[in-house]
Design a protein around this ligand. Structure first.
Ligand code: HEC
Length: 102
């Protein structure tokens, strides 16, 4: 019983350490085309954060092909991703954290 308790404790701390963070999602999927505050192939996160809500950001990542017109683009070249809800949540918060940053 005592061992089981210790094991659970260890496991939960491992899970804590493995917890997704937005920066990791960004580095894995987005970094090639977006930078935090500098223009790259796609617009920088501080600019996106200035004009979009969390819902809009998630909608765009989920389906750029159906959102680009509404966002004012003539076409979309962004990759369509299939991220988990958790990844979408953390990456959109990460983008919004650059609001007002230069
Ligand atoms: C292949 C390059 C590429 C990758 C990879 C990419 N993007 Fe994009 N993204 C673009 C481009 C270019 C645009 C401008 C509109 C378009 O072409 O769809 C854009 C637009 C966006 C927008 C809307 C910008 C606005 O006007 O508000 C969001 C939000 C966004 N990207 C988030 C992400 C996130 C988050 C990731 C990673 C999960 C990502 N993008 C990965 C190229 C990319």
């Amino acid at each position: 019983m005592k061992h089981f308790f210790l094991f659970t404790l260890l496991l939960s701390s491992l899970l804590q350490a493995e917890k997704l963070d937005g920066k990791k999602v960004f580095e894995t999927y987005c970094w090639g085309c977006h930078h935090q505050t500098a223009m790259a192939f796609g617009p920088p996160f501080n600019q996106i954060a200035e004009k979009r809500t969390k819902g809009e950001i998630i909608a765009y990542i989920t389906s750029p092909k159906s959102m680009y017109k509404q966002f004012g683009y003539k076409r979309s070249v962004m990759t369509q991703f299939h991220l988990s809800n958790e990844e979408l949540d953390t990456i959109s918060d990460y983008i919004l954290s650059f609001k007002g940053k230069k």
